[in-house]
Design a protein around this ligand. Structure first.
Ligand code: TXA
Ligand code: MG
Length: 316
């Protein structure tokens, strides 16, 4: 969907909710109120819409996004809930709590939304307008806070005013970001203290299931080494191409995938993590990556490629 010249601003009435669902279905962006802050929403299953969202945000990095759904049952199609996660969801959803959980195997959420991670952040917002848009749209919506968009569903000030609290429930529950839901209420619901991301609690075995190393890693890293700025694939290498491919470049490649044959950076961003995963699974010696221009979304694509190429560090 192309950006309209004027961002439409509408009151959050019934027509606006239907409009919002249509704009989302067309791959567009909609700013809508949640009880915490306004979100800039895109269809969570639509890689190119999400690429455009990152482009509009002007961030040089792909950070994983929160998938918003109208109800716990919809969240269960996206993520795997353990007993703690279910308890917290039942106690606090809809509300200002985001849960980071293992991705469901059949999750329809685009790889770009989770920045290629095996985990996913999910939340059921309590704001009535957010609820109505999610029900009308019928699919998950990723939404960071934002402002330059196709359609703003305006419902005035948001009641909570700060972002949601983020808790990872992968093994022992860990507080990833303080926010609108106080820690004390979460700990009361769990019946025990939350671990802290940076206090080493995450790996200490307070509970019987320590957090698996790497599960909360902040970025995607393939097992196969990456060779950046490659002009062609050497024998045994997989080729991650960008733009037209000369026969010579792919002649020795074990497998070839193109981020965008037409040199479209939005398409390249949408394909990035899915292609890396597919090439990583091919059992190649290395993944040779052709140069991607350092402009527009290319900056974020190159940032992720550079991090994926860096030696893996133990991270929590
Ligand atoms: O209140 C809120 O949470 C608002 C409203 C719009 O819902 N949204 C929001 O989204 O604050 P954003 O994109 O500004 O912040 C999402 C945070 C980021 O810090 C991101 O790193 C983290 O969630 N996050 C998302 N997925 C994650 C994952 N799989 N593992 C760890 N952190 C994750
Ligand atoms: Mg934010």
């Amino acid at each position: 969907m192309t950006a309209p010249l004027v961002t439409r601003v509408s009151r959050a009435d019934r027509a606006a909710v239907a409009d919002a669902a249509h704009v989302l279905a067309a791959g567009g962006l909609v700013a809508f109120p949640t009880e915490t802050v306004y979100g800039l929403g895109a269809d969570a299953t639509h890689g190119q819409a999400i690429a455009r969202l990152y482009e509009v945000k002007g961030r040089p990095r792909f950070n994983p996004l929160i998938a918003h759904v109208h109800h716990l049952t919809a969240a269960e199609a996206l993520a795997q809930f353990n007993a703690d996660a279910t308890r917290l969801a039942e106690a606090f959803w809809p509300g200002p709590l985001t849960l980071v959980l293992p991705k469901a195997p059949a999750s329809p959420v685009a790889d770009l939304a989770t920045a290629g991670l095996d985990t996913i952040a999910v939340r059921v917002p309590a704001h009535e307008v957010a609820q109505r848009i999610l029900v009308a749209f019928g699919k998950p919506v990723v939404a960071p806070s934002g402002n330059r968009i196709d359609l703003i569903v305006n419902a005035g000030a948001t009641p909570v005013g700060v972002e949601s609290t983020i808790v990872a429930c992968i093994g022992e529950p860990v507080l990833l970001r303080p926010g609108g839901l106080p820690r004390g209420l979460i700990e009361r619901a769990l019946g025990r203290p939350l671990g802290d991301r940076n206090a080493g609690d995450a790996t200490s075995s307070k509970g019987d299931r320590p957090l698996a190393p790497g599960m909360l890693g902040s970025h995607y890293a393939p097992r196969t080494p990456l060779r950046l700025n490659a002009r062609r694939a050497e024998p045994g290498e997989a080729l991650l191409a960008f733009g037209p491919i000369e026969a010579r470049a792919a002649a020795h490649a074990k497998i070839v995938l193109n981020l965008s044959a037409g040199e479209d950076l939005v398409e390249a961003a949408a394909n990035l993590f899915a292609h890396l995963r597919a090439l990583d699974a091919a059992g190649a010696r290395a993944i040779a990556v052709m140069p991607v221009p350092q402009e527009g979304l290319g900056e974020a694509v190159n940032d992720r490629l550079a991090r994926a190429a860096a030696p893996r560090q133990a991270e929590v």
